[in-house]
Design a protein around this ligand. Structure first.
Ligand SMILES: C[S@@+](CC[C@H](N)C(=O)[O-])C[C@H]1O[C@@H](n2cnc3c(N)ncnc32)[C@H](O)[C@@H]1O
Length: 443
């Protein structure tokens, strides 16, 4: 017997669920999540604060049998429509296939990153529950990642997924940019979708082997469109929050020195290129930032001046003072860089609260993005979501962590709606619109 009375909505289960941000899109598409799983207790607690269904806490490698058992109990006689799995991406190689394998063989690395092998228990769960649809999300590097599977053999992750699913399933892995699907952020991701639904397979046929059709795409939303009209903020104490506008519209206060560098940085440029601010000089010809390759690695050039080459004044560039002398801080060209108003945002990461991280400075104000603006760029503001647990806000660093690691729920909603529409085709015709939520049923 299911633990709770269930709705007639198609059922989903989620692995690597974190705080359930991507999962908002699953529910908005009219599916009902019956069970989730997350390793980190604090994230599972935030998940519970946002959803009514159960989340099983712990390592999926140890909990997979319990997860399968409990999902079956929750489903009763119903089938699982969707299994959604977003394994951690930190270990996914962006290098060519086989690089990791050869590095291990040459003794340069001791082991493959064990996190990459989490796809194995995820596939054990998939094979046991046989969902109509499987949706995996990860960084593009997943496509070229190899892991050790059965018999200690190296195998490409996507080939492994395909092999475990067997011939009943059809699908593929595709790199997409979230900015093409109504998310105001570039965010390239590998979306792997397989289905055993006969009508779902028709979708792939009609799209020439792709899940994504051109009519799923939307015009790009620039930063100006997305956050251009929110109240201004400043990283100086007393000006850094507008909670009257939104409880999450606040930014950290910057130190005076960092503020000074940021203040002189132009839109789209990095503080490493700032020019002379001495009123009697104003030279604009000091060489700017360059990345150079040293022993195959990209590092910032040591030749970037910190003192003006015309007047000798200290430039407002990121530096530390040692023994009375300023020394340039090392950093990539994307560090201390302002975003551009008329582009989509660069990929949001959990470092969005740090000005030194990649492309994190507001296009025209002296600050990083507010938590509210990050929610807009990740499309979380379109859904009901709280960062409070039992009435207490979690820390800004924890909020940044779960937002940065999440999947934009709007993308997930679009994907799930397409799955539902595809599965509901009647008479061989594909219905492009999901039906009213309460009427959703798989025929
Ligand atoms: C990319 S995040 C998930 C994003 C989430 N689905 C969303 O859309 O917001 C991956 C999550 O997997 C969790 N994780 C890592 N190792 C795990 C394991 N062995 N078992 C279960 N969860 C794990 C991490 O703690 C992290 O929260």
């Amino acid at each position: 017997m299911p633990l709770k009375p269930r709705t007639s909505r198609p059922k989903a289960a989620s692995l690597f669920s974190s705080a359930g941000i991507g999962e908002l899109g699953i529910e908005a598409a009219g599916l009902e999540i019956v069970l989730a799983n997350e390793l980190v207790g604090a994230r599972a607690a935030l998940y519970r604060a946002n959803f009514g269904h159960e989340i099983l806490e712990g390592d999926i490698a140890e909990k997979k049998d319990e997860f399968i058992e409990r999902t079956r109990t929750e489903l009763g006689a119903e089938e699982l429509f969707l299994l959604y799995a977003t394994p951690p991406c930190q270990g996914m190689s962006s290098n060519g296939m086989g690089k990791l394998k050869s590095e291990v063989a040459m003794g340069r690395r001791h082991h493959e990153d064990q996190r990459n092998r989490l796809v194995i228990p995820a596939m054990d769960v998939t094979v046991a529950l046989r969902p109509r649809w499987l949706l995996l999300e990860n960084v593009p590097g997943m496509e070229a990642t190899e892991i050790r599977t059965d018999g200690n053999q190296w195998e490409n992750i996507i080939s492994y997924v395909r092999r475990r699913l067997g011939p009943d399933y059809v699908g593929c892995a595709q790199v997409i940019a979230c900015e093409d699907f109504g998310v105001p952020q570039r965010r390239k991701r590998l979306i792997t979708i397989f289905t055993r639904d006969a009508r779902g397979k028709t979708l792939y046929e009609s799209n020439g082997g792709s899940f994504f059709s051109s009519d799923m795409k939307e015009p790009r939303v620039t930063l100006r469109c997305a956050i251009g009209s929110v109240p201004p903020l400043d990283a100086k104490a007393g000006h850094n929050e507008a909670r009257w506008f939104h409880p999450y519209h606040y930014v950290p206060v910057m130190t005076d020195l960092k503020y000074h560098w940021v203040q002189h940085t132009k839109e789209g440029n990095t503080a490493f290129n700032n020019q002379c601010i001495n009123l009697g000089c104003r030279s604009t010809t000091n060489p700017g930032h360059r990345d150079v390759q040293v022993e195959g690695k990209w590092v910032s050039s040591k030749e970037i001046p910190i003192y003006c080459q015309e007047c000798g004044n200290l430039l407002p560039r990121p530096h530390v003072v040692e023994g009375g002398k300023a020394r340039l801080l090392r950093g990539f060209h994307s560090a201390y860089r302002r975003m551009k108003w008329d582009e989509t945002a660069r990929t949001l990461t959990q470092n969005f609260i740090y000005e030194a991280s990649d492309n994190k400075i507001h296009p025209s104000q002296n600050r990083v993005l507010s938590v509210y603006e990050a929610m807009v760029l990740q499309t979380i503001n379109r859904y009901e979501y709280t960062f409070q647990i039992k009435g207490k806000y979690i820390s800004t660093a924890q909020i940044a962590e779960v937002i940065g690691e999440s999947v934009p729920p709007y993308l997930i909603e679009k994907i799930c709606k397409m799955m539902v529409a595809a599965s509901s085709i009647t008479g061989g015709k594909l219905s492009r619109r999901g039906r009213n939520q309460s009427q959703l049923e798989i025929v």
